[in-house]
Design a protein around this ligand. Structure first.
Ligand SMILES: [Zn+2]
Length: 415
């Protein structure tokens, strides 16, 4: 299907992925790696070339920019956001993107390491790209479509809007963040400076996907205090905290309530770490559900299980601490139904069927939503992310540019 517009999103994408922007979870600095700024400063320079005068990168590597309103209406300020960093899981140095001009439907063997094969069987979504261009890495690195596809889409939308002044829109803020992959994407974000009331991240997968729902998440730490005694003289005295911890773990259900036994909309309770000595042991859990109210139910059940185990160990005590981690963004988005409704209208106008899937995890969008910037997630086409098999279809990136161009108009029309 020929595109209605002449997009340059592919050219941008091929350039951006060659800049190494891998983030580092063990770094104490911000951004976690200085090289992320290499791409961010390139983006600022390109935005200035597009005559976006206020484009700037701050000391932390965040890029802020405004496409000024070209309408007399007072349209809510919307923001498009993506992250410049790539995952620490797989090398992002010397990425050599390969554009497979017209994908032929076969497995793709990556030339720099022929052991690396992107198989149609593993990624049946490839079949929807037959006859279209597909971009892969060369076999030794990830591609970085997560999230440079999002970056390229937003940059191309900016270029498109600035060269098509007939498309009416309010102020549009562009935001490129560092360190999303190490969970710090919003850590140094200056929301008042951004000045948007609504945002959309471009950080989703298949064509048409739209994500406005994430898990709600708590952490639980159980600290068990045993009773210590010299093991040679411990009869009827010693109570071993490690054995209590082991019994608690063994008491957890195996066919329900665990990540390995749940899917779709089911929540879980999942031990992620045990630490201890005979005297004292801690167990760390993560607790997840789409319904925030259920977290407390899970936590009560867990506490009851621990108390039951503890009843068999007189003298032992325990502490049960719950920490809020993040919340389902839908709680916020439901208060602003127009954000998803306008997106749905933009997908429709762009001829893209919308598919909603709850995310079994958290996103920067969930954090942003609870920081006061409601923020669902739009597709970019990225696939097999964080791996050498990562790939993206050109059609999907172009359709996403189209969706954004429609979306800014829907917002303008509704005022
Ligand atoms: Zn991402």
């Amino acid at each position: 299907m020929p595109s209605q517009y002449s997009y340059t999103v592919t050219e941008r994408f091929l350039r951006y992925v060659q800049v190494d922007t891998q983030s580092d979870p063990h770094s104490a600095s911000f951004p976690s790696t200085g090289k992320q700024k290499d791409l961010s400063s390139t983006l600022v320079a390109e935005l200035k070339t597009m005559s976006i005068e206020d484009a700037e990168m701050d000391e932390y590597g965040y890029v802020y920019a405004t496409i000024p309103s070209n309408t007399s209406k007072q349209v809510p300020v919307i923001c498009f956001c993506s992250h410049v960093d790539t995952a620490p899981d797989c090398s992002g140095t010397h990425v050599k993107p390969i554009l497979h001009e017209s994908y032929d439907g076969r497995d793709i063997i990556l030339p720099d390491d022929p052991e690396q094969v992107i198989r149609v069987e593993t990624y049946p979504y490839l079949k929807t790209h037959i006859g279209y261009p597909v971009i892969t890495a060369s076999g030794t690195t990830l591609l970085g479509a997560d999230d440079k596809s999002g970056v390229a889409i937003i940059m191309d939308m900016a270029h498109y809007l600035l060269t098509h002044p007939n498309i009416k829109h309010g102020d549009i803020k562009l935001l490129f963040t560092p360190d999303e992959e190490v969970g710090q994407g919003t850590a140094k974000l200056d929301l008042p400076k951004l000045g948007a009331s609504v945002a959309y991240t471009l950080d989703g997968g298949e064509l048409g996907s739209f994500e406005d729902e994430t898990f709600s998440a708590d952490g639980v730490r159980i600290t068990i205090q045993g009773v210590i005694a010299h093991p040679g003289y411990a009869k009827d005295k010693l109570v071993n905290a490690l054995k209590i911890a082991g019994e608690i773990l063994a008491a957890l259900p195996k066919n329900e309530w665990a990540p390995e036994a749940t899917e779709k909309r089911e929540g879980f309770v999942h031990p992620v770490g045990v630490n201890g000595i005979a005297e004292k042991a801690t167990i760390e859990f993560i607790v997840r559900d789409f319904d925030t109210g259920k977290l407390a139910v899970y936590e009560d059940r867990l506490k009851q299980m621990v108390m039951t185990v503890l009843n068999g160990y007189p003298g032992a005590t325990m502490e049960f601490e719950v920490t809020e981690q993040y919340r389902n963004m839908k709680e916020i988005l439901d208060q602003h139904p127009q954000i998803s409704a306008y997106a749905a209208e933009a997908y429709r106008r762009a001829g893209v069927s919308l598919v909603k899937e709850p995310i079994r995890g958290g996103t920067d969008g969930s954090r942003l939503s609870f920081m006061g910037l409601p923020c669902p997630n739009i597709f970019t086409g990225m696939q097999a992310i964080h791996s050498k098999h990562e790939w993206v279809g050109v059609r999907d990136m172009e359709r996403a540019v189209d969706v954004l161009a429609q979306l800014v108009q829907v917002w303008e029309e509704q005022v």
